[in-house]
Write a protein that binds this ligand. Sequence first.
Ligand code: TRP
Length: 459
Amino acid sequence: MPEKIYTMSSKTEFASKLGLIAATVGSAVGLGNIWRFPAQTQEGGGSAFLLLYMACVFLLGIPAMLAEFSLGRGTKSDAISSFKVYTPKRPWWLVGYLGVVASLAIIAFYTVVEGWTLEYLYESITGNLFDGVGTTHKETFFTGKMAEYINTDSRLIIFVIVCVAVNALVLLGGVQKGIERLSNWLMPVLFVFLLILMCVSLSLPNAIEGVVYFLQPDFSKINAEVVFGALGQAFFSLSLGILCLVTYASYYPKDTKMPQVSMIVVLSSVLVAVMVGLVIFPAVKSFGLDSGSLEGATLVFVTLPDIFSRLPFPQLWAVLFFVLLAVAAITSCVSIAEVPIAVLQDHFKMSRTKAVLIVLIPMMFVSMVTALSFGSLSDLTFFGMTLFDIFDFVSANILLPFISLLVCIYVGWVLPKNFFKDEVSNHGMLRTPLGNISVCLVRYFVPFLTAIVLVYGLL
Ligand code: TRP
């Protein structure tokens, strides 16, 4: 097939097929898979959660993803304009604004965890993370380290600034030279490092007990709350619901095979989550670390360093892991920030530089305040949740499913009848069973099921 030479519009596009896949996988695979997933799994009763998560990913995630892709590539527009192309007179663009609000809410807590990641990476490289590890009781040593790193206001603030600066550098580079190039280089690194860590963990004595805990389903643990959590986790880990994939797909060339891309993205995201489980749970069981109270959110920042410290060459494993986590965090965070940036650039006709700065500078201050949820603002709670927890809970569990539901209704019912089918099949050029099935799923199944889970979850 001849390479496409001309594009119809001057709209930015990803430079290569591989780059587009790397960028989209980079968006999906993030802190959600590596930090949030084990935490949720731990709280949702291990394997039962995994099972529900997979069901949500395949039954709801793929069609919802194809709906976002179609809307983005079909209109070649940002999160807000994409709702104005076919229905300029109707208020559907409000969904776009809701997506922007959700993206800002995610940035507000995502950058905090990204900041910790960079801090832990720095401390692993300098070796400070393991300084004095032999001198006190191991069980409390890394909790103490985390307290030192995370509960100190000044450090929290410094690393939020560092993290925002890193994101700004990538985003200022633009779609091709920033996002795409970074993902091309870093995503393979992430997979290789994860594979190495998984082999190490699985080779520990009694690792198999952890594998069983993680993979053997226990249906008695399933209840409405676990289902609700699994749905939020599925949407979060697939980057659904803030129109991030609408934005990325607006940079897809018209001949992109979207069903294929969606399969690759979904499988990579699930694969990374499972691999992370196979790093953490076997090691936890092997060293008998599951006797005390394992708190989900600290698995990655307390339990893993503890595990590394019990292996030969602790610093090596820690550096590998936190590089991996940093890569995952950065390639995802830029995709979240790209939503409001693209809106400012395309809808409000700003320059890229101005758009990046207008989004990131105010968000840096918001993130600093969120970060203090672990420092001097830890007592500030609403309904028992800190600011950080609220941003996480409201965005992942409520806004993402709600917006995805609206997008599916819009794409399935409001847009011209054949819009979705034409986009998914590249106007009949692709024969894909996924296309036909998804039409049905997007119109009926996804909105219906998502609505039920949302209503039950909120009751
Ligand atoms: N999927 C990413 C993760 O798992 C986070 C993310 C990136 C995201 N873009 C998104 C979440 C859009 C929701 C919506 O870490």
